[in-house]
Design a protein around this ligand. Sequence first.
Ligand code: AG3
Length: 290
Amino acid sequence: MGDPKDRDAFVEWYPGGYGVGFKIKRLILDIQTKFQHLELYETVGFGKLLVLDGTVQLVEKGEESYHEPLVHPAMLAHPDPKRVLIIGGGDGGALREVLRYPVERVVMVEIDGDVIDVCRRHLGIDRGAFDDPRAEVIVGDGVEYLRNTEERFDVIIVDSTDPVGPAKMLFSEGFFRDAFEKLSENGVYVTQAGSVYLFTDELVDAYRNMLGVFDDVAYFSFPVIGYASPWAFLAGTKGEVDFRSIDLSRAEALSADLRYYDPRAHETLFWMPAYIRRELERIKREETRD
Ligand code: AG3
């Protein structure tokens, strides 16, 4: 929520009164969609800012600092991803990054069609991805889609709002089970998992739930422009895929275009503050004992 005393800025307040904000030039759009409150601003230094239910989704100048670590480690950990599913991601940033690979088909299921329309009209960060013949964009409930689809996917990417509120479901054990089932024999599932410092409990819970389902689970973090960083991500694998080692030869072809995620420094992704790493490791020992 913007502070009324501070009308020339938009500030997102996290638990404990930790704020992340941008100076703004003007409000472009303020609408209530069927699902959420959507605001779009022109900022002073970071291009346009998209806000959903008071939480920063992206700024134009810097959104790659989220979309690159969300997409590339998973796409490079899988030996040959051909079919990809994205849940959420209405702005098209994740879809754009996936389409850099020689994939056959990418399905994106976004619940809020208004987010897609607003992003297409005002943002364009998809850079043509929505019109790519390999992409199928579905406006619908990702939870239901995943439960009912007969397809299998090499990579499943969840680009949702936070593990609190309406998207909580996407971090439940039941949902992870559906996702695991719909992965190909060798597959990778990756999700954003909230602020490392400010949503630690949600991160730990999601990690525990994933450990109960996937063959292996990796946690990682990245500094994201516009979010309370570091930001957490979780990756679950099925079969032979090892999320810790990526194919550097395929990465070389992309490296010049990547601004934030550095495939040569892949192992730095796995940094966590010591006390949180200890907590995650403790959970892992507990979960793998029984
Ligand atoms: N991903 C949104 C991540 C959640 C940000 N959370 C926050 N600011 N509290 C969707 C937008 C990027 N495609």
